[in-house]
Write a protein that binds this ligand. Structure first.
Ligand SMILES: *Cc1c(COP(=O)(O)O)cnc(C)c1O
Length: 420
C-alpha cells in the first residue's frame, strides 16, 4: 500500500493493524532487551499512561497558552538541578530546559558553547575537544553548527586521556567534553580534570550524563563510590541528563542544565521580525509535545528519591551480577572497569570466539544487545527492566558460547542508530 486510502477505517481495525505491526519488534517487556526501553515497573507505566492521556494534545510551543507546561518544565528542571547540585552555586541556581532527548540536549550545549565563545572571546573558528568515547551526538552537533572536532584518545581502561586532551585545547576551543559515564564501556571520565582543562582556556565544559544523570545521584545515596562529576565540580558549565533512560519516563524527554542563567541564554533563539509574531525558542524544536514533559513530571513525582534509589539498587545488582557472571565464563570478558549500569562484553584474546556470531546466537534465544567495535563486543545497558532474568541470561550465554564454538558470521555491522 503506497497511497493513503481514500476512505478512513474504524478505530478498532486501525489499532488491530498497528498491534500486528509490532510483531517483529523486540519484546522488551520480557526483560531480555539490554537498552532502548527502560521499565520502571507496573505503577510507573500506569502513571505515565495516565499523564500521557492528559497531555497527548497539549503544546509547549507557547507556554502562555499552556502555563501548566511552563510549570512542569520549571519543576522537572529544578528537581534535576537539585539532584545534580545545581543549587547554592556562586552564580545562583543552575537553570535549563526540557528537550526531546539526549541528542537535543547535546545540540543545545554545543550551540551554547559556540555562541559564548563567539560573544565573549571572539572565537570565529570554534573547536571542541572530545574523548573518542564521547557520544556520536557531539559529532552531529559539530556538523550541524560548524565546529571542528578534535578527538583525543582514551586510556587502556577507556577513560578519557586527560593529558592528551590538555595538549589539544587551544585559543579556539569553546567546549571540552567528558561523560559520566560514557556509553561504549560505561566508565566515567575524570570530570574534575576535564573541567580544569576547559577553564584553562575559558571554554565551556559539558558533562554528558545522559546515561548517568538519573543513576549516579542515587548510586551515591546507596553508598557507592562516585567520583565527583556534577555541578559540585568547578568549571562544569552544562550537563545533559536523560529522563527517558534511567529516569524511567517514556521516550522524548531529557534535561539540559546550565550552571548559570547567563550561560543558558546562549542556547536560546529569539526573533522579533516575523509577521507571525514574536518567536522565542529554548531548544531545537518549534511545536513541542506536552506529552513527554507531563510523563516525566508524573513519573518523577510517583517515584520520588526513594523510588529512584530502589530502582538504582536493583539496576546495580543486575549489572554487578552480569559483570561477575561474564568474568566467570571462559572465552568472554568485560571491557574497562565500569562500576555502573553499562556492560561491554568482548572475547578473551585467543578464545577464537566471534562476538557477533555470539550475538546472533543470543538473539535466537531472545536476548538483544547493541554491537560495537573495536574490539567486537556486545553492549548492554542494564536497568530495572532486566530484573529477574540475569541468571537465565548467564546460563544462555554459557550455552551459546559452547554452541557456536569457532563459528563466525559475515555480518560485521554495528548499528547503534539507523536511518529508515
Ligand atoms: C543515549 C545517550 C545520548 C543520546 O541520547 P538520545 O536520547 O538517544 O538522543 C548521549 N550520550 C549518552 C552517554 C547516551 O547514553
Amino acid at each position: 500500500m503506497t497511497e493513503l486510502g481514500t476512505q478512513g477505517r474504524p478505530v478498532d481495525e486501525v489499532i488491530a493493524d498497528l498491534t500486528e505491526k509490532q510483531a517483529n519488534d523486540v519484546k522488551w517487556a520480557d526483560g531480555k532487551t539490554f537498552g532502548m526501553v527502560y521499565d520502571g515497573g507496573p505503577s510507573v507505566h500506569e502513571v505515565a499512561e495516565q499523564a500521557a492521556r492528559l497531555y497527548l494534545h497539549e503544546n509547549a510551543l507557547n507556554t502562555q497558552a499552556f502555563p501548566s507546561l511552563a510549570a512542569i518544565q520549571r519543576e522537572v528542571v529544578g528537581w534535576t538541578s537539585s539532584l545534580l547540585h545545581g543549587e547554592l552555586l556562586d552564580e545562583g541556581a543552575a537553570s535549563g530546559f526540557l528537550t526531546s532527548g539526549g541528542t537535543e540536549s547535546i545540540l543545545c550545549a554545543v550551540l551554547a558553547a559556540r555562541e559564548r565563545g563567539a560573544v565573549e572571546r571572539g572565537v570565529t573558528e570554534p573547536e571542541m575537544v572530545l574523548p573518542e568515547t564521547a557520544h556520536a551526538a557531539f559529532h552531529k552537533a559539530a556538523h550541524n553548527f560548524g565546529l571542528t572536532v578534535r578527538t583525543a584518545p582514551v586510556r587502556e581502561d577507556y577513560t578519557a586521556d586527560v593529558e592528551a586532551m590538555e595538549t589539544t585545547v587551544n585559543a579556539d576551543t569553546v567546549l571540552v567534553v567528558g561523560s559520566a559515564p560514557q556509553y561504549p564501556q560505561g566508565v566515567q571520565d575524570d570530570i574534575a580534570a576535564i573541567a580544569q582543562i576547559a577553564m584553562s582556556v575559558d571554554a565551556n565544559c559539558h558533562v554528558d550524563a545522559c546515561m548517568g544523570g538519573f543513576v549516579l545521584p542515587f548510586a551515591e545515596r546507596l553508598g557507592r563510590e562516585v567520583e565527583p562529576w556534577d555541578f559540585r565540580v568547578p568549571g562544569v558549565t552544562t550537563i545533559s541528563a536523560d529522563i527517558h533512560k534511567l529516569g524511567y519516563a517514556p521516550k522524548g524527554v531529557s534535561v539540559i542544565l546550565h550552571r548559570s542563567k547567563a550561560s543558558r541564554q546562549y542556547q536560546t533563539f529569539v526573533f522579533d521580525g516575523w509577521l507571525g509574531g514574536f518567536y522565542a525558542s529554548p531548544n531545537m524544536q518549534g511545536t513541542r509535545s506536552g506529552l513527554p514533559m507531563a510523563c516525566a513530571w508524573a513519573v518523577m513525582q510517583h517515584l520520588g528519591i526513594d523510588g529512584y534509589v530502589e530502582l538504582t539498587r536493583q539496576t546495580l545488582i543486575n549489572a554487578d551480577r552480569m559483570r561477575a557472571g561474564i568474568m566467570a565464563i571462559d572465552g568472554v570478558r568485560v571491557l574497562g572497569n565500569g562500576q555502573f549500569h553499562l556492560v561491554a562484553m568482548a572475547a578473551e584474546p585467543d578464545s577464537g570466539l566471534d562476538m557477533f556470531a555470539l550475538g546472533d546466537a543470543l538473539l535466537q534465544r531472545g536476548w538483544y544487545h547493541d554491537r560495537q567495535t573495536p574490539p567486537d563486543n556486545l553492549h548492554s545497558t542494564v536497568s530495572n527492566t532486566n530484573t529477574g532474568v540475569i541468571d537465565d541470561y548467564l546460563t544462555d550465554l554459557d550455552a551459546c558460547i559452547g554452541e557456536i564454538g569457532g563459528t563466525t558470521t559475515d555480518d560485521r555491522s554495528t548499528t547503534y542508530a539507523t536511518l529508515e
